[in-house]
Design a protein around this ligand. Structure first.
Ligand code: NCD
Ligand code: ZN
Length: 345
């Protein structure tokens, strides 16, 4: 069986920098025409100049003949100003701003400590139609890790959307039935990205036969009823739910550690994994809208030309990929089969 769809885009991607960037980029460019590139480098990408320079480093690593377009983002901090937003918007290279609550995830220590400090920047974003991409987890250490998304929605997102009633907002990598309900019921201009791991795995996968660091990401995998709700949203055909892999490479050493990093690497099968989940749910026919059509409409960008073809022919990702500096990267489903294959790969 073959499936041909318009070329998709990845609306939430970590490409890193240096050797890791050159080691992972071709996986994304073989599948996606564009990607929203996350700004959580060390140091973070907080200015348009830094985003434009990072974009240049990505373009310099592109495989020969690739027309991949990185869509850059700014990392919101307490001191991001309205002028910073205006400059980003005018650059034509920066397409969104990412909110990491300080301490929520990888390289978020310079993230936002109090949203009120960001109100001038958010007002400018609302005016300029620049979407706010949100890592939606409470950072209150007493909140149970499985409840952090729900608490963030109640305590932060609901008031934020009341105050900024025209701000475009994407709740990134949703993991709970609560997030699905919130996005479904929200006004126009509120959307969510969905990762492959959150529709293929529940939290048992973190402990299957022992501790599984390569299944650890943030927000952490949730209970089965939440996986089902997020999968149902992904395959629902509703345009406010769309593809964002959150592919987040960390070297094997940094994952298999006494304090392992959060992040699942999925770019090597960034469309195939969704095809598998959509097929199992009986809605393969809805993959194209989810992957290729809904978001350009949301961001006000043109749809891609060209197509991508998958064949239903199982393959097995390797135990690891070697990075140019010799580090190993363990991909999602390493050593286990994936039902769909990229034609030509
Ligand atoms: C991401 C990373 O490693 O940069 N990790 C993750 O678990 N998703 C950060 C993020 O998106 O939270
Ligand atoms: Zn991410």
């Amino acid at each position: 069986m073959r499936l041909t769809i318009s070329r998709p885009d990845d609306w939430h991607l970590h490409l890193r920098d240096g050797p890791m960037l050159s080691g992972v980029l071709a996986h994304t460019t073989a599948r996606f025409a564009r990607a929203i590139v996350m700004p959580n480098l060390a140091p973070p990408v907080t200015t348009t100049a830094a985003a434009v320079a990072y974009r240049g480093r990505i373009l310099a690593c592109l495989p020969d003949g690739s027309d991949f377009e990185p869509l850059m983002t700014l990392y919101l901090t307490d001191s991001t100003s309205a002028e910073d937003i205006a400059e980003a918007s005018a650059s034509g290279k920066v397409f969104a701003v990412k909110l990491y609550p300080a301490g929520a995830t990888t390289h978020s220590d310079q993230g936002v400590t109090s949203l009120e400090k960001c109100f001038p920047a958010l007002e400018a974003m609302q005016r300029l139609r620049m979407p706010l991409l949100v890592h939606g987890e409470s950072t209150d250490p007493v909140v149970d890790i499985f409840d952090r998304e729900k608490r963030f929605i109640e305590e932060t997102l609901v008031p934020l959307l009341q105050r900024f009633d025209e701000l475009k907002l994407v709740l990134e990598h949703i993991t709970t039935a609560d997030a699905v309900d919130f996005v479904r019921d929200a006004r126009a201009g509120v959307a969510a990205t969905i990762t492959p791991q959150h529709i293929l795995l529940n939290r048992n996968a973190l402990f299957a036969g022992g501790l599984r660091p390569h299944h650890f990401c943030l927000p952490v995998l949730k209970a089965e009823r939440h996986r089902e709700a997020v999968l149902e949203a992904a395959v629902s055909g509703e345009p406010e739910f769309f593809l964002g892999t959150d592919s987040a490479p960390h070297s094997r050493g940094r994952k298999e550690s006494d304090c392992g990093c959060a992040g699942v690497y999925s770019a090597h099968a960034g469309i195939e994994l969704y095809a598998e989940a959509f097929e199992e749910a009986g809605h393969l026919d809805r993959l194209e809208n989810f992957a290729s059509h809904f978001v350009p409409d949301f961001y006000g960008l043109p749809r891609n030309s060209g197509t991508l073809t998958l064949t239903r022919s199982p393959w097995t990702p390797p135990a690891s990929y070697k990075m140019p500096d010799g580090e190993e990267l363990v991909p999602f489903r390493s050593g286990e089969s994936i039902n769909w294959r990229l034609e030509g790969a």
